[in-house]
Write a protein that binds this ligand. Structure first.
Ligand code: PBG
Ligand code: ZN
Length: 327
């Protein structure tokens, strides 16, 4: 009797299942985001909307990252919360801006052992909370923003950032940043661009964490419409053409089709950002006892990798390493 497919033959033991497993999480794939806050003294301030995540002062960041690297963390992504904001986001490109100081500190301790990725944007630094220059009529002005973003990227590179990750979604920022890096002696520094970044409600918890919610309007004039997939392919192609070395799709879970299409369209390394809302939804349901956190986290991230992501930016990175779920 051989008239049907016996798929169960390969599912009978854990070892056999592992042997035929097509997708795995590994420690070197993980990128842990951190929020570094400019403050006097030690600060470790829990982020309400993201249980388990904290705003960290420089010394606390240093400790936290040291613990994580001991567990096997190889890459982190830094966001800064400055003490002072202004309309042009001056702290984003100040040599002593909080992220620049954090980069110097982490590089001093970890050297080449840790990939320090700098999120490049203005929204955490502008008083109005937009990712670019805001005109009086409420329009976010594209081209003048490029100059400021390039300055921010350069300040991050000068501080020792290993990778520049522009998340602003202004047109032409990859080209502008590439040019600024190249003419200033940083042609060796890669750009990881948030190529397909959607105007997503899933960023809600992050905006509390980074204190970066726009004071007026929303980001729909620069971030993408969740309804559009073909447009994402145009964004991806543009960033590749402008010189991006790696790409990010964001959010991740609700955009698995975009991950797959990007993977199939471009041969650049691809990261998926499991964003704050994805994190908090899982955490909250787990805290209520409604889902098994470890298993849901694993399944969500395996799905994201299966869809085509090489690297995972996830707030669960430390937890995965701690529990030995990624080695
Ligand atoms: C800043 C930025 C945001 C995120 C990463 N970089 C927020 C936004 O665009 O409003 C979101 C990350 C997350 O939700 O975890 N441009
Ligand atoms: Zn921004």
């Amino acid at each position: 009797m051989n008239d049907f497919f016996r798929g169960r033959r390969l599912r009978s033991t854990p070892a056999l299942r592992a042997l035929v497993g097509e997708t795995r999480l590994a420690a070197p794939d993980l990128i842990m985001p951190y929020f570094v806050v400019e403050a006097k003294g030690s600060v470790r301030k829990p982020i309400n909307s993201m249980p388990g995540q904290n705003q960290l002062s420089l010394d606390e960041l240093d400790k936290q990252v040291a613990r994580a690297t001991d567990l096997g963390l190889r890459a982190c992504l830094l966001f800064g919360i400055p003490a002072h904001k202004d309309p042009l986001g001056g702290q984003a490109y100040d040599e002593n801006g909080i992220v620049q100081r954090a980069i110097r500190r982490l590089k001093r301790r970890h050297g080449a052992e840790l990939v320090v990725i700098a999120d490049t944007c203005l929204c955490e630094y502008t008083s109005h909370g937009h990712c670019g220059v805001l005109l009086e009529n409420g329009v976010v002005d594209n081209d003048p923003s490029l100059e400021l973003l390039a300055k921010a990227a350069l300040a991050q590179a000068r501080a020792g950032a290993d990778v520049i990750a522009p998340s602003d979604m202004m047109d032409g920022r990859v080209a502008a940043i590439r040019q600024a890096l190249d003419v200033n002696g940083f042609n060796h520094i890669p750009i990881m661009s948030y190529a397909a970044k959607y105007a997503s409600a899933y960023y809600g918890p992050f905006r509390e964490a980074a204190e970066s919610a726009p004071k007026s309007g929303d980001r729909k004039s620069y971030q993408m419409d969740p309804a559009n997939a073909r447009e994402a392919m145009r964004e991806v192609a543009a960033d590749a053409l402008e010189g991006a070395d790696m790409l990010i799709v964001k959010p991740a879970g609700p955009y698995l089709d975009i991950l797959r299409q990007t993977r199939d369209a471009v041969n650049l390394p691809l990261a998926a950002y499991q964003v704050s809302g994805e994190y908090s939804l899982i955490r909250a349901a787990a805290q209520l006892g409604w889902v098994d956190e470890d298993r849901v986290v694993m399944e969500s991230l395996i799905g994201i990798k299966r869809a085509g992501a090489d690297m995972l930016i996830t707030y669960f990175s430390e937890m995965l390493l701690e529990k030995g779920l990624a080695r």
